[in-house]
Write a protein that binds this ligand. Sequence first.
Ligand SMILES: Cc1ncc(COP(=O)(O)O)c(C=O)c1O
Length: 352
Amino acid sequence: MMLDAVETPAVLIDIEVAERNIQDCQDYCDEHDIALRPHIKTHKLPRLAQAQIDAGAIGITCQKIGEAEVMAAAGIKDILLTYNILGPAKLARLRCLHDAIKLSVTADNPTVLRGLSEAFADAEWPLAVLIECDTGGNRCGVQSPQAAVELAEQIGQSMGLRFAGLMTYPKAGGTADVQAFMAGAKALLAEAGYACATISSGGSPDLRQAHLAPVVEEYRVGTYIYNDRSLLARGACNLGDCALHVLATVISTPTPERAIIDAGSKILTTDLFGLDGYGVVIDHPALAVAALNEEHGHIDCSRAPGSLSVGDRIRIVPNHACVVSNMVDHVYLMDGDEVFSVEEVAARGMVV
Ligand SMILES: Cc1ncc(COP(=O)(O)O)c(C=O)c1O
């Protein structure tokens, strides 16, 4: 099937670019002796998770149990779940995963640890638990190295659990803060008799700075595989490194200054990521994706009036690639202008 036959709107993945991104990142991590554990949230495709492992990743990261279940069923054997898991139903699923693959999880509070311990007390081998640390990302995570020691002590006294180290998801630009917090926590933990088997950080914006936080031995990246407009805006990639494009058709040109495409918020999403507009229109630098309704995208042509006609097809690099992957049942894996696979986005919609 050729590109011309692809129905729009559609999500296209340039496989050559994605494979190059996988390899470049792996080369960087190998060069600096950092273990790579990609986050599959960006692509949600077992095929690309396997490609990341084949290139040298030690395993993958998932955010939700549903994602991990899909990846485990597809044959991925080593998964870190970076999410506080609560409640008997989810804990039972976690136990099943633990029986099937090499699983590790994170936790940042005593309640989650108590639930994990109850669920794993009679497990054949203990569940590896990393303590999540807030190094400036202001999401989950213990607030001080001392608090990490307290949770490590709780893990040490909990049946069915094993202290496996520290995890953080820092804010962009937070590499120095990661080093300071994690080095401090590692030293305090050592004093208390706890060795960190793994210290894990992540984030595509600062991927190439990872070696500047030498305490970090493992790095988790998601967006790097496709890249997107948010990473373009940060100077972390070039347009040619963007593997995911939304293909759309112009369905109306009500005025020379305005064209309407068949891709709206249901595919481009309303994620602004602090940017102006909803994407970069490839080959049309003067055009802007100015507004979205659910099924309509408004292209502002005021800087190039009349430049689009009804029936034209355009490609857009979205602000945030990961959320776009979650919007479609299938993506088109492209080899140039040829579709070589219509790939089911197997881990989409796995919010539980
Ligand atoms: C816990 C965790 N690790 C790693 C990542 C990957 O970050 P990025 O997509 O910036 O590479 C994310 C992204 O949300 C995350 O939440």
